[in-house]
Design a binder for this molecule. Structure first.
Ligand code: AMP
Ligand code: MG
Length: 339
C-alpha cells in the first residue's frame, strides 16, 4: 500500500498489464454520442468509418440502457425491480436474464464483503431520503428499525435454473450501486457485437474502454478526485480493456446539525457511513464489478477497505478526508498498474 498526501506533486500514469492481442487496425474516425439515462447522462466515443450510420448505433446504445432501466430502476414504478419489491410475501418471480445476472453478482459481492454491500438495502436507503420516497433528514428510530428488519441479502433466494427470485415479504431491492456499471458493460458488448472494437463508454462517470483511438493511443481518463483542485495528485489511466468506477460522499449527501450524511449506507448498522472516506475508485475488467466494489469498499472504510481490496486482489484507491487535506491509500493491485 502506498501513501501520498495532497501536498506531494505527483502526476501518475496507470496502464494495464497486458495489451489486447487483437488490436483493431489504426485509423478510422472518432464519433461521439450522448444522451440521458438513470437520472444522469451517458456518453460514448467510438472509432468507425467516416460514413458510419449513426442512427442504428444510437438505437443500440439507448436501447441497452433503456433495458437496464426497465428491469432494474428503483425510480420507475413499473420496472421489474419495483414490481418484485411490491410482490406478495412468499412468491417466486421469473426475472429477465440481465436483472437476474446483476442480482447474482450483487449477492456475491454482498457475501464477499460480509454484508457491507447489500442489494436489499432499499428500505434503508429510502428511510434516509436517498430513494424514490420523498423524505428528508434523519429518520425516527422506529422507522429505522423497521427498515433494518426488511433488509438483508441472506433473505434473497435465487433459483438459477428457473431463473427466478423469491420475495420473502417486504424485501426491497436497490441496485443503484451496481446497475450503472452493468449498463456500461451492456453498451460495450452491444457495440462490440456491431463490430465496433474501439470504444469508450461512460454512464454517470463510470467508464469502460476497449481498443484504441484513431491515433493508436489508448483512451486516457483522469481518475475522479473529491477535491476539484487536486491537480497535484492527478492519476491518468489508460482504459484499455478496463473499467473504472468511483463511489464518493461528495456525490449525494445532506447536512443535519453540522453532520454530513452520505448516500452510502452501512447495512450493518443501518446508518450512512461516517468514517471519513471521501471516495473509493476501483479499476476492474468489468464495470459492473468496479461499480459494486467501489460502493462495498466505501462502506468498509479506510482500514478494512484497503485490507479486503488487498486480500481479493482488487485495484482500488481510497481518498481519506482530513480536516484540511486529503490522504490517499492504494491497494497493491492498484500500485501494479502504476507505470
Ligand atoms: P454508488 O454511487 O455506486 O456508490 O451507489 C450508491 C447508491 O447505492 C445509493 O444511492 C443507494 O441507492 C445504494 N446503496 C447505498 N448503500 C448501499 C450499500 N451498502 N450496498 C448497496 N447499495 C447501496
Ligand atoms: Mg457503485
Amino acid at each position: 500500500m502506498s501513501l501520498a498526501t495532497a501536498a506531494s506533486p505527483t502526476r501518475r500514469v496507470l496502464v494495464p498489464a497486458s495489451v489486447d492481442a487483437t488490436l483493431p487496425p489504426l485509423g478510422g474516425y472518432l464519433h461521439e454520442f450522448g444522451g440521458g439515462t438513470m437520472g444522469t447522462t451517458w456518453s460514448v466515443r467510438l472509432v468507425a468509418a467516416m460514413h458510419l450510420k449513426r442512427e442504428p448505433v444510437l438505437r443500440a446504445i439507448q436501447g441497452a440502457l433503456d433495458e437496464v432501466v426497465d428491469q432494474m430502476s428503483t425510480w420507475d414504478a413499473e420496472s421489474d425491480l419495483c414490481r418484485f419489491n411490491r410482490a406478495a410475501a412468499d412468491t417466486w418471480h421469473a426475472l429477465p436474464g440481465p436483472f437476474l445476472d446483476v442480482l447474482a453478482c450483487a449477492r456475491d459481492v454482498a457475501e464477499r464483503s460480509d454484508g457491507a454491500f447489500d442489494p436489499t438495502a432499499g428500505a434503508l436507503v429510502d428511510a434516509w431520503g436517498f430513494g424514490p420516497a420523498a423524505r428528508h433528514g434523519v429518520p425516527a428510530a422506529g422507522h429505522l428499525e423497521q427498515a433494518r428488519r426488511l433488509a438483508g441479502w441472506r433473505r434473497l433466494e435465487l433459483d438459477p435454473v428457473r431463473r427466478s427470485a423469491r420475495q420473502p415479504g417486504g424485501l426491497t431491492l436497490d441496485l443503484s450501486a451496481i446497475a450503472k456499471g452493468f449498463g456500461v458493460d451492456l453498451v460495450a458488448r452491444r457495440l462490440a457485437a456491431l463490430g465496433i472494437a474501439s470504444h469508450l463508454v461512460e454512464v454517470g462517470g463510470e467508464l469502460r474502454g476497449s481498443g484504441v483511438k484513431p491515433d493508436g493511443q489508448p483512451w486516457w481518463v483522469q481518475l475522479e478526485h473529491p477535491d476539484a483542485h487536486a491537480g497535484d495528485t492527478q492519476a491518468l489511466l489508460a482504459l484499455h480493456g478496463l473499467s473504472v468506477a468511483t463511489s464518493g460522499d461528495y456525490r449525494r449527501w445532506f447536512e443535519h446539525g453540522g453532520t454530513r450524511f452520505s448516500h452510502t449506507i452501512d447495512p450493518r448498522d443501518g446508518r450512512p457511513v461516517r468514517h471519513g472516506l471521501a471516495s473509493v475508485t476501483v479499476i476492474h475488467a468489468e464495470c459492473m464489478l468496479a461499480d459494486a466494489w467501489s460502493t462495498a469498499l466505501n462502506v468498509l472504510g479506510p482500514i478494512a477497505g484497503p485490507a479486503l481490496a488487498n486480500r481479493l486482489g482488487l485495484a482500488a484507491r481510497f481518498i481519506v478526508r482530513h480536516d484540511t487535506r486529503f490522504e490517499e491509500r492504494t491497494s497493491a493491485a492498484f500500485d501494479d498498474l502504476l507505470q
